[in-house]
Design a protein around this ligand. Structure first.
Ligand code: SAM
Length: 306
């Protein structure tokens, strides 16, 4: 009964069919924790790209247990009330709600972040931007860095944690997002980040930085992928001009806030590399370059203020 992908749900002993998820309301549910994970995996099936991981995280959330503890206790029984809560979470996941909103947490870089529907769920691809930013900052003592559109605070907090000597400014146009980012900073005891409500560079009047990073909204308003992202804030995802408006606005305004030789690094969609490079060159940046993710897709582009 291992390898839950493609397993036959009917093979799980004593559990209801994944199509009829109604465990008994009282006493112990039939089946052990490990069986419920397999059952949940089958219930999610192709509706999730990572059904087993999702099932483990959701059952772990219900039981207040990490994945390692679940594995150790796989043979223990499950209380019926816990089974009902697990099934309810699975149903929300089946409807497309991100696991991170269901558990309220998401790992990013080395940090565990609290997330809510007010912020984009931080993506692993964005760690590429953090890596690039850290490379740029190497050898620069006490750099001043801005993260525009900080959301949960993911990028700013990862940089601040890696570089305690840096001074970070994290901005967002959403007051709710900034509240979330501030809570994360407090929970992680990260003190070298200032949070500010601002519309891209409009909130940076008179200030200059050694590096500006941003993962702005870059999905075109008519992109079909938005249906699968309907639980996340539209303002965090969508930009006008085929998804290029925020990227272009930041590229145009950032030079006034970059010291000579300082870089702007932007995350973008996999098909937007050429367009972002063109915008950066048009705005006068030097050393314009693009980085690819592990899948070989163009994910981030940047340039240096001459
Ligand atoms: C793609 S999300 C990125 C969140 C976070 N930096 C991350 O990487 O997970 C874009 C963020 O930009 C913010 N945003 C949208 N329009 C903005 C604007 N005009 N000025 C500042 N922030 C904006 C959104 O509220 C959202 O938090």
């Amino acid at each position: 009964m291992s390898g839950a992908h493609g397993m036959d749900p009917a093979a799980i002993p004593d559990l209801p069919s994944p199509d009829a998820p109604v465990p008994p309301a009282r006493g112990m549910a039939p089946g052990a924790l490990g069986d419920w994970i397999k059952w949940g995996t089958a219930r999610l099936g192709a509706l999730s790209g990572s059904p087993r991981l999702d099932a483990e995280l959701l059952l772990g959330e219900v039981l207040g247990m990490g994945r390692a503890a679940l594995a150790v206790r796989a043979g223990e029984p499950l209380q019926a009330q816990a089974a009902l809560r697990f099934v309810a979470l699975l149903e929300r996941r089946r409807d497309g709600e991100p696991v991170a909103y269901l558990t309220g947490r998401r790992g990013f870089w080395s940090l565990e972040l609290e997330v809510s529907p007010a912020v984009l769920v931080p993506r692993p691809e964005t760690e590429l931007l953090v890596e690039w930013a850290l490379e740029r900052l190497r050898g620069q003592p006490a750099p001043r860095v801005a993260d525009l559109g900080t959301g949960s605070g993911a990028i700013a907090l990862a940089l601040a944690a890696e570089r305690p000597d840096a001074q970070l400014l994290a901005t967002d146009i959403s007051a709710e997002a900034l509240e979330q980012a501030r809570r994360n900073a407090a929970a992680l005891r990260i003190a070298n980040v200032e949070f500010r409500l601002a519309d891209w560079c409009a909130g940076l009047a008179g200030e200059t930085f050694d590096l500006i990073v941003s993962n702005p909204p870059y999905v075109a308003p008519d992109d079909a992928c938005l249906e699968a992202l309907r639980y996340e804030p539209r303002r965090a995802l969508v930009a006008a001009d085929g998804g290029m408006a925020a990227l272009a606005a930041i590229a145009q305004a950032a030079p006034a806030h970059l010291r000579g030789g300082a870089a702007l690094l932007l995350e973008h969609g996999a098909a937007q590399g050429a367009a972002v490079r063109e915008v950066l060159r048009d705005c006068g940046y030097a050393e314009v370059a693009t980085r690819r993710d592990l899948a070989g897709l163009e994910r981030a582009s940047g340039g240096v203020r001459a």
